[in-house]
Write a protein that binds this ligand. Structure first.
Ligand code: CAO
Length: 423
């Protein structure tokens, strides 16, 4: 074991300059060229590296000290092997130099290596203020490419570097979701068949994952008493033929929803520009309808539902769902909605958790209406109850507002439906 001193080398114009960083600590192993300290003059800052391998024994300077050439930075302890390897390295380097005076060349090389200035232009490529700014953000300034003359780094370069790092990190997260690989293959357990996923399902999956992973969903469940509405709906007949008019309950629900959207405009908004704190309020009422098709789920819109009659909406529902099932619908029809209704009422089931159709902020899930015994004014009555599952983006809608929205919707679908729907 032997101790060796590392001193401030020839640092040219730098005299009596401030130590702004000590990059090593006692007991730490360092290799030749590892940065030890950073010094800073009025114009720039540079790192001073170790001139040989070893273990830091005693640091002789601290941040804020002013140093010049020849000042002692620290001592390192070297084992015999390290000493030997340095000797060997030096001999090897010396052997490879044939054209010049060997001693001169080695001295010069060590001196040049001692000062990692990257190169002259880079060493003076940022003002102390900018370097300080980068340091405070935990950024190694040497990784930044300067935009000014001769690659000089300015504050904007640091900011751009930080934002590009952030974007890269989030791109990486999006591009590489954690994939769980099963220890066993499905085929280990029996015969299997691997099929292509339908195109619509593939497209929808991106939107669904985005919605599920970026929107804080909450779902409020409730039941609307639609007894009167159902009596009215099932009593509708054609004026001329006397035949029963087939109008789906969904047409009534669309109308009731529009009336609630008018009262609660935040449900008819989008926050796709949340980074800039912007909310888009929509003054139109285009209600999305989730349509189950053999190709996958599609969500066309009933445009300007506020200006359409229940009968018209009922017919349009049929038309757009047929267009979806026959792949005859224009792609644009899947965009620009106010809020979506997803109805499983024709199939079955009660409550569920619908996923918001991004960039909308709410979706209404409708289950199958059922007759139930409800306790009203001191006695049980048979009523037709419609299950409602309202999912909403909690960033924009609070639970209390969602409960009030459901109350309003229930009112619109309830006893006063005819009056409300006409509004
Ligand atoms: N409660 C009880 N019965 C209902 C009902 C409800 N909430 N909603 C509809 N019905 C009845 C209808 O009255 C109709 O009965 P009749 O034939 O006796 O008149 C029957 O159910 C069939 O309705 P439908 O489902 O064909 O038509 P619809 O207008 O209710 O729905 C559409 C249209 C496009 C929404 C529907 O066809 C569909 O695709 N539903 C599935 C949507 C879906 O998959 N959502 C899940 C998304 S989450 O993955």
């Amino acid at each position: 074991m032997s101790d060796k001193e590392i001193k401030v080398p020839n640092i040219g114009e730098f005299k009596d300059v401030e130590v702004i960083e000590v990059l090593v600590s006692n007991g730490q192993s360092v290799s030749k060229n590892d940065p030890l300290i950073t010094i800073e003059s009025d114009k720039s800052s540079v790192e001073i590296p170790a001139s040989f391998d070893g273990k830091v024994k005693s640091i002789k300077i601290k941040v804020g000290d002013r140093i010049s050439e020849g000042d002692l930075i620290l001592t390192v302890e070297q084992s015999r092997e390290e000493e030997k390897s340095i000797e060997q390295k030096t001999i090897k380097e010396a052997e490879s130099i044939t054209n010049q005076n060997q001693e001169e060349k080695i001295k010069k090389d060590i001196q040049t290596q001692n000062l990692i200035k990257k190169d002259n232009s880079e060493a003076s490529s940022a003002s102390p203020k900018v370097r300080k700014f980068a340091r405070e953000l935990g950024i190694n300034i040497n990784e930044i490419v300067g935009s000014e003359r001769q690659g000089r780094i300015v504050e904007d370069d640091v900011k751009n570097f930080v934002s590009s790092k952030i974007n890269k990190t989030s791109d990486k997260t999006e591009a590489q979701p954690k994939k769980i690989v099963s220890e066993f293959s499905h085929s280990d357990f029996g015969e299997i068949e691997v099929k292509d996923m339908p195109r619509v399902k593939k497209l929808a999956s991106t939107y669904l994952v985005n919605s599920w992973t970026t929107i804080p969903h909450v779902t409020n469940h409730d039941e609307a008493d639609i007894t009167e509405m159902e009596d009215f709906r099932t009593s509708l007949t054609d004026m001329y033929t006397g035949e029963r008019k087939k109008i789906t309950p969904l047409a009534f629900i669309v109308k009731a929803l529009v009336a609630s959207l008018k009262k609660f405009p935040s449900f008819n908004s989008s926050i796709d520009d949340i980074e800039n704190g912007k909310i888009t309020m929509k003054n139109y009422f285009h209600v999305g309808i989730a349509v189950d098709t053999p190709h996958g789920l599609m969500v066309p819109k009933i445009r300007n539902a506020d200006n359409k009659s229940i009968l018209y909406i009922s017919n349009e529902l049929k038309t757009i769902s047929d267009e979806c099932r026959n792949l005859k619908i224009d792609k644009k029809e899947f965009f620009g909605g106010s809020m979506t209704i997803t109805s499983l009422g024709g199939i079955g089931g009660s409550f569920f958790t619908p996923i918001i159709n991004y960039p909308e902020v709410a979706i209404l899930g409708v289950g199958k209406a059922q007759k139930k015994q409800i306790f009203i004014n001191g006695k049980f009555e048979t009523r037709t109850m419609l299950p409602l599952s309202l999912s909403y983006d909690h960033r924009i809608i609070d639970g209390a507002e969602a409960a009030r929205f459901n109350n309003d919707l229930k009112e619109n679908l309830g006893k006063n439906f005819a009056y409300k729907l006409a509004v």
